[in-house]
Design a binder for this molecule. Sequence first.
Ligand code: UGA
Length: 466
Amino acid sequence: MPSLEQRTPKSIIRFSEDVNIGLGRLGFMSLKISVIGLGYLGATHCVAMSKLGHTVIGIEPNQAKIDSLKSGHAGFFEPGLDEELAKQIASGRLTFQSSHDEGSRDVDVHFICVGTPQKDGSLAADTSYLHSAIKDLAPYLSKDAVVAGKSTVPVGTAALLTIELTNLAGFAPNLAWNPEFLREGTALEDSLNPDRLVVGVTNQHSEDKLREVFAPMISSGIPFIVTDLATAELVKAAANAFLATKISFINAMAEIAEVSGADATQLATAIGYDERIGNKFLRNGVGFGGGCLPKDIRALMARAEELGVGQSVAYLKEIDKINIRRRDRVIDMLTQELGTLKGKKVLVLGAAFKPDSDDVRDSPALEIASLIQGAGATAVVHDPIALSGVNKKHPELTTQQDLMKAFDGVDAVVLATEWQEYRQLDPATVSGVANKLIIDGRNVLDIAKWQQAGFKVLALGKTIKN
Ligand code: UGA
């Protein structure tokens, strides 16, 4: 079994816009790589691998996605990614196709990046896309190739896939797990400059190949941690569970702050100075959303239950509940201020689950808007870029692209996603509201400025004198 290895702390490497690291130039080996599944993770990974100097084939059955990628559009908003995508395509190293062909036979490493969404009607993750990817790959898999899963999976999945692939391919594959820790909004930077690389392997060959893939990053000092398959799978689930726990912890403190006159933002700053606690992921507000944290804590609970140790992470149920309660709290505050929401008009600033993203999956902003609408008010939603996905999920909501028009006749405003545009908005330029009330759901507004413009300002986790 490979040992757990920790490298020296990373020095910062910068992969500049114009200069590829150029594996050959630096004496590293350029490999042939396939990336299977071209959503957020896969599309970003293709670009990162090509940027490192590898030859990359992106594979994805959805032809529309392939066409879009070929034309230099990732198909989602990620700052800087489309520019880099176009550059890598132009380099000749990055190509896309809708299925495997003979070219897959001499691929050194196949990265599997398909989605593992929450199953309908269950807390568990749906791993069906992984099984399809393995089935499609098997006829083209060579004995030396490494298959490295990057998707977030229930612990034990890689072992199952190994059996499945052995049966399909007729030999024992080099299956590895290499979880990804990128955040939307900083995806490429996170891929190329991660805090650590984690690879779960079952043989030396897989470890060696993955070391070759990431050679420039390892040589720059990024810690390269080698584990077994189960540990690598669990590292990712554990990291996301920890992050979710931090956010819900501070939001739980916010609940206490709200009834005791304390200020949760100051509290976070104060405890965050303790290096053992740290100040990251301690921003209180309407809570976490997106395609990862909510579904990953649920999948971890489901998997622990299956393994007979449900109690170990039963506390995550409370983490989930605290998170959901923050959304309800906004409705309570609105009701308290407006008497009733029936017949009122409320502007929700933000649709994306966080700024610099057009992802509206499990977005706190959209759930708040939907709850407002459900309480008998009209919820108007504004977002600088994420509006197109809103009505697919919430046809009941009204969207408004023009920020100034969005304020027209509203009885209250809720800032739910902390876009720079909202933080910088001069409240003196806002006109036409029926009632000057704003709830800062992310604790980012300059309260005095909004008050000077005549607004009553409320925020989560603190009591504001108006
Ligand atoms: C998250 C993890 O941060 C990544 O490390 C991981 O790779 C990724 O999931 C994944 O599993 O693929 P992401 O979903 O892009 O990344 O977004 P985060 O930056 O983690 O934010 C998640 C949510 O938490 C957002 O809704 C954000 O507004 C909220 N948040 C974040 C807070 O409410 N408070 C904070 O202090 C930080």
